[in-house]
Design a protein around this ligand. Structure first.
Ligand code: CO
Length: 214
């Protein structure tokens, strides 16, 4: 058996020693409660580690990652994470962070069959279709892909706003901002697309939901 995984367990021991060296109560404090202010929805890509690129420590960020940082309304995993983050943890910011060079976005733009994952990539194709007028005019394929990365983030920000979870939080007076960012794997810089969604006014009227019956 290839045993490179053992390195991870050795690293873990060193990490624990390092944390305890800095703060003997590090784990004792964290074990009691988590009060993260941020929910991160990012890509599963191994080059985009949420905590590292944002300089956040354990306890600071609730994290959900999937291929191409998608917000799919029938995804129980995403909905459960979102519901817990907003209703119980009361995070103040939800961040959708895409990244340039995203394999999911590139696959979604193309026509090759990959198998089961095609059903997931379909959602990216829908984003492409909605914005096909703009995207088809971009002749350079890399530039077109980069723009689709941005447009996909913008659509996922909107998709979050469309959920009853987020809209009910807004109605209850909870301060909750949904942000759209893109990380550049070439230089490590995060670009804020400044498409923040902070109330139903940022959504098309057809998506406004009346208060739930309670
Ligand atoms: Co990706």
């Amino acid at each position: 058996m290839e045993r490179s995984y053992l390195r991870l367990l050795e690293n873990n021991k060193m990490w624990v020693d390092e944390q305890l060296g800095n703060d003997p109560n590090f784990f004792a404090d964290l074990a009691n409660v988590q009060t993260p202010e941020y929910l991160w929805i990012g890509c599963s890509d191994s080059r985009v580690p949420a905590n590292e690129i944002t300089g956040t420590k354990p306890g600071e960020m609730f994290v959900h990652r999937n291929i191409a940082n998608m917000v799919v309304h029938s995804d129980m995993n995403l909905l459960s994470v979102l519901s817990y983050a907003v209703e119980v943890l009361k995070v103040k910011h939800v961040i959708v962070c895409g990244h340039y060079g995203c394999g999911g976005i590139r696959a979604g733009m193309g026509n090759q069959q990959f198998g089961l994952i095609d059903n997931w990539l379909r959602h990216i194709k829908d984003v492409y279709r909605i914005h096909s007028k703009e995207l088809d005019m971009i002749k350079d394929l890399k530039a077109r892909e980069n723009r689709l990365v941005q447009l996909n983030v913008i659509e996922q920000v909107q998709d979050l706003g469309k959920t009853s979870i987020i809209q009910n939080a807004w109605k209850n007076g909870q301060s909750l901002h949904v942000h759209g960012w893109v990380y550049d794997i070439h230089d490590g810089i995060i670009d804020d697309l400044k498409v923040t969604c902070t109330s139903v006014k940022d959504l098309h009227a057809v998506y406004h939901l009346d208060r739930a019956i309670d």
